[in-house]
Design a protein around this ligand. Structure first.
Ligand SMILES: Nc1ncnc2c1ncn2[C@@H]1O[C@H](COP(=O)(O)OP(=O)(O)O)[C@@H](O)[C@H]1O
Ligand SMILES: [Mg+2]
Length: 269
């Protein structure tokens, strides 16, 4: 039952549309170039998530990483775009990084009214959601800067939001602050159905992954998404991530195909 008498269908009917005009250097997926990197990797991640959703009711997903600049926002935004490309797959991208919000700049919309304004009772729900015109994507900017992000996140209203959003959105993707720098993401992960941990090749250390996993409620980690990997690189040097790895699976399949083709060629010679 939707709490506080909020009917999400009514809310959606009232949200404002914004044009799709991403910032030029935001590294967003380009729907008109489906074979360009990293579109394929995000489709692969999408496929894995959709499969998990077919097994259990996963709708609200936290995207986080141990440290800053590892690609949390990059992953959250592109995953949301990839999901929204599927017909009828209403997807909400919510900027829960109140400390360094970026979703509003990537889509060139106002930061406020946003989530913090709603949680402080200064805005209504329909005012903080924007529909990206011509897509299934909705965005929820972070809102005005606050001194006490954790206090806000502890409000019952946050939990209420996570109960009502999935009544209309098939996916609610949360961009969040780094795990080792603030408690926000680990708190959010306890309120959501799943967590994706982003690590960046050449930046994230094994030690920080270990500490990040410890800070999370481990039972809802859906997987680790490896960012910045060159194709074929992962399975040789980064075997540690095997069981969690999503996005490189296509790369591995391609690598196997290439190996098989080379072998076949050798035999012919
Ligand atoms: N795989 C990638 N390819 C190209 N640029 C990337 C990639 N991942 C991240 N970036 C860039 O690196 C910077 C940091 O990424 P961001 O997603 O903002 O990190 P975080 O949210 O973890 O702090 C951004 O400028 C982003 O566009
Ligand atoms: Mg970020």
């Amino acid at each position: 039952m939707a709490p506080a008498g909020i009917n999400m269908q009514d809310v959606l009917a009232r949200v404002q549309e914004v044009p799709f005009q991403p910032l030029a250097d935001a590294h967003l997926l380009d729907a008109t170039r489906p074979s360009e990197a990293p579109a394929e990797e995000f489709r692969s991640l999408r496929t894995r998530l959709n499969h998990l959703q077919s097994l259990s009711p996963i709708h609200n997903v936290v995207v986080t990483s141990p440290s800053p600049a590892e690609g949390k926002s990059f992953t959250a935004v592109n995953l949301a775009l990839a999901e929204a490309q599927l017909s009828g797959n209403l997807t909400l991208l919510a900027d829960f990084d109140f400390r360094r919000p970026i979703v509003h700049s990537m889509f060139q919309v106002d930061r406020s009214p946003g989530i913090t304004d709603y949680l402080m009772g200064k805005a209504e729900l329909h005012q903080i959601i924007k529909k990206v015109a011509g897509t299934n994507l909705y965005i929820m900017p972070a809102g005005e800067a606050v001194l006490n992000p954790l206090e806000l996140l502890n409000l019952q209203e946050v939990n209420n939001l996570f109960n009502i959003l999935p009544t209309v959105f098939n996916w609610v993707i949360l961009d969040t602050p780094p795990l080792l720098f603030a408690a926000d993401a680990s708190l959010l992960s306890t309120l959501c159905h799943g967590t994706i941990l982003v690590v960046r090749i050449g930046t994230t250390t094994i030690d920080s992954v270990t500490r990040a996993m410890q800070s999370l409620c481990e039972n809802n980690v859906l997987g680790i998404s490896v960012n910045g990997a060159r194709r074929g690189e992962l399975y040789s040097k980064y075997t540690y991530y095997h069981s969690y790895y999503y996005a490189a699976e296509n790369a591995r399949a391609e690598e196997l195909q290439a190996e098989a083709a080379a072998e076949a060629e050798n035999k012919q010679e």
